[in-house]
Structures are given as structure tokens and as C-alpha cells.
Design a protein around this ligand. Sequence first.
Ligand code: BES
Ligand code: ZN
Length: 621
Amino acid sequence: MIPMAGLILIGMAGCGNNKNKTEPMQTSHKKDPHSYSEPSKAVITHLELSLSVNFDTRKLSGSATYDIQRSADAQELILDTRDLTISKVSLDDDTAGSAFATEIPDDILGTALIIKLKPETQKVTVFYETDPDAAALQWLQPSQTAGGKKPFLFTQSQAILCRTWIPVQDSPGIRFTYNAKIQVPEGYMAVMSAENPTQRSTDGVYTFTQKKAVPAYLMALAAGDFDYHQYDDRTGVYAEPATLKAAVYEFDETRSMLDAAEALYGPYDWGRYDILVLPPSFPFGGMENPCITFATPSIIAGDKSLNSLVAHELAHSWSGNLVTNRTWDDFWLNEGFTVYFERRIMESIYGKEYADMLGVLGYGDLMETLKDMKEAGQDDDTKLKLNLAGRDPDDGMNDVAYEKGWLFLCQLEREAGREAFDAFLKNWFRDFAFKGADTEEFIEYLQANLIEKSGKKFETDPKKWIYEPGLPEGYVAPTSTRLQKMEDMAAAYMSTGVDAVNLSGLSSHEVQYFLRSLPDDLSTAKMAALDQKFNFTERKNSEEAFLWLRLAVINNYADAYPALDRFLTTIGRRKFVKPLFEAMEKNPATRELAREIYTKARPGYHSVTYNTVDGILKWNP
Ligand code: BES
Ligand code: ZN
């Protein structure tokens, strides 16, 4: 889009600047600060998407047709777009172009596409193509895939990136059903957050149906060289042929997880639950796209030790996909509930001791985040209810929504008793199914359906947890006897030596906790002794490797730098990449190394990851 002063107006003559005509919102809910749409006037209810995927030009092109629901006097439909080139807009079956306007784009929000409606308009079609640098899309070279032969495309729409590949009302409070027709090159597979094919088509054309209404951030597409393995009539896994066997083994507990989840909080509403293993540049651990979780290959550890991520993404089928945060300020309603649900699934399958370890590891992350944020003067972002207006929502989303959210729900569970709490949660998912919910609605629901109903006086004050920074006094911290032993072992290592450390037969979580319990400033000699005995530098488990490499940077343990280089030029998962570059930037001795590695790694990262690292290194692309 060419930035111009004022409004860019294309299409029919004489429709003027609509901006000043905007009337006050008629809805009872606060406006989503991250969307230009005005759903009280005209809202989308169904999408027919038709796109073709061009790996040579790195563009998607085609059309999006919306059914709309509107008030009789609504004059316009407003969609969010960012970096899209719109060639035409048409109304109903009229193929002639219609009036539309856009404004100077905002770096974060993009630009409103304002479409003039006629009194009788029911449908709107936008013809468009995406930009080669569209932020949601990552176009991978064959060399960035496991197979090495074909390019790969995937999308990442959460939080507000859907608008970079579909013109849409990109607000989590707005839901629509969709059908799609996607053309990929012959021989490629394609999947979406919808009912999916299990076999490759002969002509590269795929059709998709999502009959349940979903918000835009759950729109997803992937195309490349991958196949399917079905576990049973509801679950399965997609992966590149080179990765499929390992993936099938790693995730074969998905079936039991789904059964466990349903036993806890009611029927799974989305038909199939599949997992797509992406190439390693995927910026997240997992993304809960309906019907098909997108996942990083870095959780394939060979021993299922990192599969709580599957429980997490599966749990989102209730918390997030069924009951959705109305705006990104309510993000903890998605993630805090999901972490709670995830750990309950893990407890059902692996027992309480295992779930306790996950809880203590998460709590450790939270304590670190709270400390860092306090030091950085970001106390406001340690509230559960966020205030992200005017900012990229991505900047305010951190461990707090996940782990403080989880801890809050654990306090409620303790006070209410598990049985009452489970009944309450199950009803919450039922009563708000396929709807948006905000924090205030939750507080009200909690008060009426758990606290008052219990007849007890609760010590836990929901408003303190939600609207105040940090952690309220008097909460009960999680504990794990198995992890406590690792703390003791780390202390023994520091005071005596490597003979005090015995890791044989321990789970990955115990090993991770051992590494985390070591002081940050270890000395190169202490690093070397551990490495000699346990070969940490060559660890294949990504969580363990990450923790070790971070220690290596802090302690100038140069023997691990070639491994650090390999790790960062292969894996684009932000959770690992960000702290490693932060540590390198903080240590004057590794600043140059950071730049050397980043020069090689950056072209392989998704925008979500490189935007974060650009900020850390003050990188000028
Ligand atoms: N929905 C999130 C990923 C996300 C959050 C994308 C915010 C964009 C903005 C997903 O469910 C998630 O939480 N992933 C975690 C894994 C989880 C086990 C904590 C991740 O990617 O690390
Ligand atoms: Zn999540």
C-alpha cells in the first residue's frame, strides 16, 4: 500500500470521506482496540474463501466473500487489512466494482477497508492478493524443511495477523463459519483449521469446511510436502514424510488425552483433532487451530517428555476456541484456563506427581517473569486483565496470563473443592460456548456460580488477582517432592562437585529443573565438569538444550557455541530464541557472536520471531 496523506479512495465516485460519520457504538461491550471493525453496524457471519498459493511469487491471491448481518441503516462494512492489495470489491451478485476506501496504514493495526453498502446488500466480495512479506505467512525454502525438496507455507494468525492474509473483522469477539477452496501446486498437500483431507489431491485443489463459527485468529492454512497418519476415527498426525514416523510415536497419547479432556469438561465439539508438525521455524510451541493443532518439531524428543504441549493445545478446544477471550486484554481467559486444563489432562494420564512437576516448572517461569518485569518497570503487564490499547498485543502477552492465571484457578479449586470447581468449569464452557467472554463476565459468573453457591467465605479475592500486579499475599505455591530433590542436588554440586550429581533414570522435567536450579553465574570450570559427565552440549531434548545453552552464554562457556549456532539457525521458536539472544546481548563478550549468528538465522525466522529479536539487538534490517 502506498502511504498517502488522507484517505485513499478507490471505486465509485462521490462517496466521500466516511470517517467523520462514524456513530457511537451501540453494543453493550467495549470496543476491541485492535480492530477497526464496527460489528454493531455490520458484522460478518460466513466466509467463502478462494485462494491460490504461488510459491514463486510468495503470494496468495483470490477472493473473500462474506455473508453479513447488518442493521437496516448500516452504510458500511468495515474490515481489517494489513499489507493487502485490494483490486476490487463487489456487492451481492453485482460483478461491477463497488466503492471502498482505506486510510494511511498503521504499523500495528494496518488499515480499515471501508466498504459502502447499499440498503439491500447481503454479501460482499473482496478480490485481493497478499504481500510477499505478509506478517502471518512464512514461505519456506526447500532447505528449511525436513525433506529438503519442496517449499512450505504456513500461517500464524494469532493475535492480529489474520488481516495480513485475509481482509476480515479481525477481532476475537467476532465469529464466522467458513468454506475455502485452495489451489496449491500439483502434488502438494494443504490443510486448514477445518475439516481436512487425509490424501493428496491429484490436481492440487482442496476444499475445506468449518461449520462451527470461529474468530479470525483461528484461521489457518499450511501447504507443503506432508502426509497423514490416522490414530483412530478422531485423531491423527500430519508431518513431512521424513518426520512422520517419529511424530506418530511421540504423539500417540493424543487419543487418551482427548478422552481425558472430555471426561473432565464435556464433549469435544470440533469433529477431528489432528496435529500438524511444521518445519522448525514455526515461531510457537503450538497453535490451537481448530481441528488441527500446528506444532513445532522441537517437541519431538523421542520419549514423549514434551507432550504436555499437545494437552495444552487440545485444551484450547474448550478454553479459547469454544469460549473465547473477547479482546486481547482478556487473554488470560484463553491461556490461564488452558494451562489449568492442560495440567488436569496430564494429571489424569500420568498422575499427580507428574502434573506437580509441570506446575512447579511453570511457577518458576512465573517468578522469573515477575521479577524481570518489575525491574523493567512493567508492573502493569503483570495484571491478569491487560490494557493493550495502542500497543501490539504481542508485546503484552507473556507468562503472566498462563501461569498467574493457572495459579489463580488453583486457589479457587482449593477453596471450592475439586468437585465443585470442575462442575463450575464445565458449566462455564457450556454456557459461553461459541461466544466471546470478557474478564468482567467471568468475575460475575464466578461470584454467582462458585463463590456464592458454595456458601463459604473465600480467602481468594478475584479482583486482587485480576486487577493488581504481581501475586496477592497468602496464596499457596505449588510444590513437587521430585523437583525439590533436584534443587538439593544442584546445591550439592555447587558445594562439593560433580560426584554429587546423578541424573540416571530421571525424567526430562527433573533434568530441566536441575539445570534451572544452578546459579546463573556458574564459572566455566563448573560448566565443563557437568558437560564432560552429562554431555549437555549435545542434548537432543530442546528444553534441556535451551537451558544449557543459556547457561553457556552467561558463563562464557565457548565449547558450546557451535551448538548454540546450530540451535539458533535451525529452531525459530521464540520461547527459545528470545532468551538466548537476550543473554548474548547482555554479556559484552557474546554481543558480536549474537550478531554473527543472527545474520545467518534471521532470514529463516517467521516475522513473530524476527520482530522480537530485532528489538533485542536493535537490529536495523
Ligand atoms: N495460543 C498460543 C500461542 C500464541 C499466543 C500465539 C499468543 C500468538 C499469540 C498457544 O496455545 C500457546 O500457548 N503455545 C505455547 C505452548 C504452551 C504449552 C504454553 C508456546 O507456543 O510455547
Ligand atoms: Zn495456549
